[in-house]
Design a protein around this ligand. Structure first.
Ligand SMILES: [Zn+2]
Length: 159
């Protein structure tokens, strides 16, 4: 079977990159991200692409083409923000900053346009990121952080 190149028009193989439980098309994640987040280092992984299920209601976190074993939240060391309640959402996985922390900081600040950098300053964090090992998507949290800040300002201004 051909490896999936995400080009469904030319693909002759049966597409395997949908979640095995909910069938929603997943997002490709670097393998190194998954191996660093799995609790059990001995889980069997093959050489195929590995995906994260992006369906917020689905219990599956990671799955792989042609691997009958998939991984749920009990198998990984952290939680997935879009599968968690607002109170538990982690925004920056490298420094364990939660959405509630950002809301709190913005609520107690007089500054109008706090940025991720400024919030890092307030928390005394040096910007040393290892997103590929900590963030469940293996990506930087910049965008997520920005959205969280916007969310926090909206909440503050509505009060
Ligand atoms: Zn799913």
């Amino acid at each position: 079977m051909n490896k999936c190149d995400q080009n469904c028009n030319t693909c002759s193989s049966k597409c395997n990159n949908g979640c095995p439980i909910c069938n929603v098309l997943g997002k490709n994640v670097p393998l190194i991200t998954v191996t660093s987040l799995l609790k059990d280092k001995n889980h069997y992984l093959n050489d195929n692409n590995i995906y994260i299920c992006i369906n917020r209601k689905c219990p599956v976190i990671y799955y792989q083409e042609e691997n009958p074993k998939y991984f749920t939240k009990d198998d990984i060391k952290t939680q997935i923000w879009f599968k968690s309640s607002l109170n538990e959402q982690i925004i920056c996985y490298c420094h364990n900053i939660k959405l509630t922390d950002i809301i709190e900081i913005i609520k107690n600040s007089d500054e109008e346009n706090l940025t991720k950098e400024k919030i890092f300053e307030k928390l005394n964090i040096k910007e040393e990121n290892n997103c590929i090992y900590h963030n469940p998507l293996g990506e930087s949290c910049d965008k997520l952080f920005k959205n969280a800040i916007e969310f926090a300002y909206k909440q503050k201004n509505n009060e």
